[in-house]
Design a protein around this ligand. Structure first.
Ligand code: PEP
Ligand code: MN
Length: 340
């Protein structure tokens, strides 16, 4: 439920409404727009007397949120939320770039790649240490050692880091090593994990499940947000369709749809969607043109010998070229790439 207040409402009137709601054990999220102030009511609103609220001075109207997700909806909070990883803002005017290998393979490679992607303009370093591989016979990641190498490499390059978490038991571990935690496509509906991530104060990159609708995806985000962690960045990474020429079908239409339905930032990962580096660049360009707040892309300096996802990893040189293009494309739509 949201309460739309009259323009220039008096502070004392807001306080009276807040007191009433607090007495009912409800929390309030205030969204201060240029023209309008909106109070989002959080909690079990079945005890609220809507007619009574309508009667409070300063109230313009009361609206029930019809979407199944509430706090993630744009109705609840009409202004864009900016989520920062380290000091890198996602969801503001300019776009942010996350780059790095699929997996942290050894200390030397992650240090080298961290310096390289940073040099070409990346803002955040990615690298998996606990890998959700489709086959149990393939490289599963270096575990804690991988997180340590990632942290040190990101520190040397002077940029923050992100890595994928698969299980609740690893939250404390990740908390000590990374600046943001990624929930992968395969775990988007792991509701216990989402609830647990709602209790921490680090940003979460929530990938779209490969067979999740946008509504299911936003409800997954709602699990994190209702737990108390508002710092969620959505990441479109492709869905499964009958098409087999790409690894997944990159649903770029989710970008404008999410922008309409939600205030949360959305980025796009064209690497896992396309599965082939020659196709990644076009879709990265398209994602920015479609209004994504950033890109997550896999980069490897020896992709033929990569332990995971080599075929879709860009060579550092290609990443450099892509960054130059994203500068131009973002400007066409009145944005830019965040200055490092
Ligand atoms: C990844 O980013 O390394 C990954 C496994 O992605 P996804 O969950 O989108 O498959
Ligand atoms: Mn990968």
């Amino acid at each position: 439920m949201i309460i739309v207040l009259n323009p220039h409402v008096k502070e004392e009137h807001i306080e009276r409404i807040s007191d009433y709601l607090h007495k009912l054990n409800l929390k309030i999220h205030t969204s201060q727009g240029e023209e309008q102030t909106i109070l989002g009511v959080i909690g079990d609103i079945s005890c609220v007397d809507i007619e009574k609220i309508k009667g409070f001075e300063g109230v313009n109207k009361v609206i029930r949120i019809s979407e199944s997700y509430k706090q993630c909806s744009r109705t609840f909070n009409p202004t864009d939320t900016i989520v920062s990883i380290g000091n890198v803002p996602f969801g503001g005017k300019d776009i942010a770039i996350i780059a790095g290998p699929c997996s942290v393979e050894n200390e030397k490679m992650i240090h080298k790649l961290a310096m390289e992607v940073k040099r070409y303009g990346a803002h955040v370093l990615r690298g998996g240490a606990f890998k959700p591989r489709s086959s149990p016979y393939t490289f599963q990641g270096l575990g804690e050692t991988g997180l340590k190498y990632l942290r040190d490499a990101a520190f040397s390059a002077g940029i923050p880091s992100v890595s994928e978490i698969m299980t609740i038991g690893d939250i404390d571990l990740f908390y000590n090593y990374v600046d943001a935690l990624q929930v992968g496509a395969r775990n988007m509906q792991n509701y216990s994990l989402l609830k647990a991530l709602g209790t921490i104060d680090k940003p979460i990159i929530l990938k779209r499940g490969m067979s999740a609708t946008i509504e299911e995806w936003l409800n997954a985000a709602e699990y994190i947000v209702t737990g108390g962690n508002q710092r969620v960045i959505l990441c479109e990474r492709g869905i499964r369709t009958y098409e087999t020429s790409t690894r997944f079908t990159l649903d770029l239409s989710s970008v404008p749809v999410i922008k309409k339905l939600s205030h949360l930032p959305i980025i796009v990962d064209p690497s896992h969607a396309m599965g082939n580096r020659d196709l990644v660049i076009s879709m990265a360009r398209a994602a920015v043109a479609a209004g994504a707040d950033g890109i997550m892309v896999e980069v490897h300096d020896d992709p033929n010998n990569a332990l995971s996802d080599g075929p879709q990893s860009l060579y550092p040189k290609q990443f450099n070229q892509l960054m130059k293009e994203l500068h131009i494309i973002s400007q066409v739509i009145g944005r830019g790439v965040i200055k490092q």
